[in-house]
Design a protein around this ligand. Sequence first.
Ligand code: ADP
Ligand code: MG
Length: 341
Amino acid sequence: KVRRPCRVMILVNPHSGRGQALQLFTGHVQGMLTEASVPYTLVITEHQNHARELVRKADLSQWDALVIMSGDGLLFEVINGLMDREDWQEAIQTPLGILPGGSGNALAASGYKSWNEELLLSCGFILCKGLVGSLDLVSIHLASQQRLFSFLSLAWGFVADVDIESEKYRHVGAIRFLMGTLVRLASLRVYQGRLAYLPVMEADGKTIALVDSLLPGLDQPVPESWTVVKEEDFVLVLAIYQSHLAEDLWTVPGAMADDGLIHLFYVTAGISRPALLRLFLAMEKGAHLACGCPHLVYEKVKALRLEPTSPQGVITVDGEMVEYGRNHAPCPTVLHQAANL
Ligand code: ADP
Ligand code: MG
């Protein structure tokens, strides 16, 4: 529990979602915080990476929590800004919070089975109560040696394409993913690449330190304990570590924010358009694994390596586009506290 009175920095991305994050804040959250006597400072981001730079340099002793009011993309900036710091081990312990103001509010929705009222009000309530839980972070190495930290997902193929292509429908809110799905289905394609992973064994305990040591160098073959997926033609690969991929996509009903697991899904080539659509529609109720679709595979893993061989494509981390190429993700690591869980 965060001690009170606490000082909260609230970062708002005015362009997230339908461009209404600031209005949603003043209309729904501001009054709650005042009633609960939570002092806060509002920071409106002016450009992409503004929050990342600010958090990288901030005097964190001044703040008891950093809260973002946006979609997952702004939290991705904040987490990577904290991890950029020399004192990252301490910095990442700063309680973080999320108030859904974007079009992709996966983390805010994760952890709820359902929310009766507005999701925003539930998250505002948790913020006022100062409830804190822990959250897994996954470290991802890109082919260029760049390393970044992810709290939500690594996606390639259909899911990544929909996420990026649907940004142009941002003004419609969360429905953008359904629209993007329908457009992408019409031009369904196959993505070539290699996928390997380290499966979770029954006896595995939870990892509690950053264990990049599980990873063979990207130039090395994967160890024998890894499973190499036979297929090399995919429709999508999705590694996710929260229960929701979006507000209305309940991708991993059993996932906990700090279960130390990467939930790996992939869909192999050959799936029909109606079958793929059925999977996404079933996902709203968390029922996609019960569809009996032979092209869908689900594994709990500790690490994975993805090597796309298609010359072009999109890879997203937490819904943000990253460099396309080989990359891999080791164990999720319980590193920090999130105020929204
Ligand atoms: P949404 O869910 O609507 O996509 P996000 O929080 O994911 O909302 O933000 C979308 C993108 O906007 C992210 O890449 C984020 O880094 C970027 N961003 C943050 N602040 C600003 C700003 N002031 N202007 C433009 N882009 C911003
Ligand atoms: Mg986003």
